[in-house]
Design a protein around this ligand. Sequence first.
Ligand code: FA5
Length: 349
Amino acid sequence: MATSVQHDLEELRTRALADLADAVDAPAGEIWEKTYLGPKGELTLFLRGLGALPADERPTAGRAGNALKRELEAAWDSRHRILAAADLDQHLAADAVDVTLPGRPPTIGAAHPVSQMIDELSEIFALLGFQTVFGPEVETAHYNFDLLNIPADHPARDVWDTIHVDLPGEIVMRTHTSPMQARVMEQTEPPVRVVVPGRVYRYEAQDASHEWMFHQLEGLAVDRTITMADLKGVLAELARQLFGPNRRIRFRCDFFPFVEPGVDFAVDCAICGGKGCRVCKQTGWLEMGGAGMVHPKVLAGVGYDPAVYTGFAFGLGIERMTMMRTGVDDVRAFAGNDLRFLRQFAGFA
Ligand code: FA5
């Protein structure tokens, strides 16, 4: 072998082994391997270039080159193991969990007071035999008004200042939960006993007792022998369960096109004990909702025979009931999203 080739190989060997000793971590090791042993590495290129040597030099140069290749591969193999192990140790140390550190307490949320009230109402009504169902907040005027005996030209349609949705047909944000009366009856044979909690929307000015979005709980019972006494019994029991045995309830005549007779249902003010205060506007009473016996036209409209079946319905304001339970004196607080307000009611119901 010519001295220059021998010299080149010796120089390559010394440099490669020194560089390998200097490779202190796994990435540096990878670079070393690529530099010397990779497809374009120095030793690989040397071996490929053997063909250019004079024929008598090739065998010796080839043997020396291959011997160096084996030596460098063996050196890489053992160095690689050390670097990989060190790399793993480093990762394990970086990822280690210090089990002696104090834990981070999770921030626990709580159900919104209105949601808690809905759960409690559902439980009370379940005990009275009512099933809880839910309905769409975006409604057709057909269900929101027409099937409830409120035709297009009926003045009562003005009572529920309506938010209309810009879609073909007359689509509205439901102004009350009553459209679910018709939806449930259309899909069920009597007897029916359901309550329907949910959001309703009205285009109206806000004040301490009026929101433009609030919650109602609709109730509906239809059977062969239902009377006004059943309605009074159910709402009296509801008031007893919600507000305790000392609250008085009041029914006064009221008008809703989908009931006959209709009533408004009030409870004596829990804040002042019925004496008169700011919350009850000095009347001693707080209206919880409307109610009445389902109008025969509504029954007939969904295919029930009004000569056979009677029923009662009610629609209660859930925020109003929550105000009575908690002493909150402004309905706007519920959707105001002030955590200081909401935190006070975590787990009240
Ligand atoms: C109705 O919405 C009827 N659908 C109730 C009904 C159902 C009558 C079934 C007969 C049979 P009214 O508009 O009065 O009725 O609303 C019912 C209750 O919702 C009110 O008593 C009150 O508690 C609550 N409410 C009404 N408007 C608002 C408002 N803007 N903000 C907060 N609560 C309200």
